[in-house]
Ligand binder design. Structure first.
Ligand code: ZN
Length: 231
């Protein structure tokens, strides 16, 4: 049984037995882990309150088959400002749920960990429009995890045109001729904006203009696509 120290972000918590917690952590060096925090729900527990959703924590755990065993946990940052606003907290939670679905178990994804940490820090700062920030985060996370959608030309014939259709189960866009009525219509302009979101860092996501209609449509296609990748 190896004893391991790392930092992590809390993706999910479940009550277990009388006073335990099962915590899904996205750790920096050890990837996504499920761990049990014994007696963490007791009033006098040293780990009480440490494992709230989206907290960044420092942990020491015993690596075990199935469930790791948490031995120590302390809070690094709890993102209080983000959590005091219903809109930002729901954006952060839905991004955390997406990561929980997409991340393989026990496999380091250090760039994605750094990206999610930065995403929460920028949301906490309130400096960047939150919808654009979320779209940018989702595009970058999909790309880093090897699921970048194909948005630059028709997947079948390679044509570039003014309008495309996004077909979720094919992971990209098709021209009107090749789409044959399938998929969700998207403009070339929106696809260019999404591609440029990938070029700017998260703190600069606000420089790419996206209307509220664009944001809504993007959320729709990325949700369909994520559901296809990880049902
Ligand atoms: Zn085509």
């Amino acid at each position: 049984m190896a004893l391991v120290q790392d930092t992590g972000l809390v993706l999910r918590i479940r009550k277990f037995a009388e006073s335990d917690l099962i915590v899904t952590l996205f750790t920096d060096k050890w990837g996504k882990r499920a761990a049990i925090a014994k007696q963490a729900r007791r009033l006098n527990s040293r780990m009480g309150g440490v494992f709230d959703l989206l907290n960044q924590v420092e942990v020491v755990f015993y690596e075990k088959v199935g469930l790791d065993l948490l031995s120590q946990g302390s809070l690094i940052q709890g993102f209080p400002r983000l959590k005091s606003n219903l809109e930002t907290v729901s954006i952060a939670l839905s991004s955390g749920r997406l990561l929980n679905r997409l991340l393989p178990c026990c496999q380091p994804e250090r760039q994605v960990y750094a990206l999610f940490t930065l995403f929460l820090e920028v949301l906490e700062s309130g400096d960047v429009p939150m919808d654009q920030l979320q779209t940018s985060f989702t595009m970058k996370a999909l790309t880093l995890l090897g699921h970048r959608p194909h948005l630059s030309s028709c997947l079948k014939c390679g044509a570039t045109t003014d309008s495309f259709s996004f077909v979720a189960h094919r992971g990209g866009v098709f021209c009107p001729k090749c789409s044959q009525g399938r998929g969700i219509p998207v403009s070339c302009g929106l696809l260019l904006s999404l591609e440029s979101l990938l070029r700017f860092s998260l703190p600069r996501a606000g420089v790419v203009h996206l209307s509220s209609k664009d944001i809504q449509l993007t959320n729709e296609i990325l949700t369909l696509y994520a559901n296809f990748i990880s049902p």
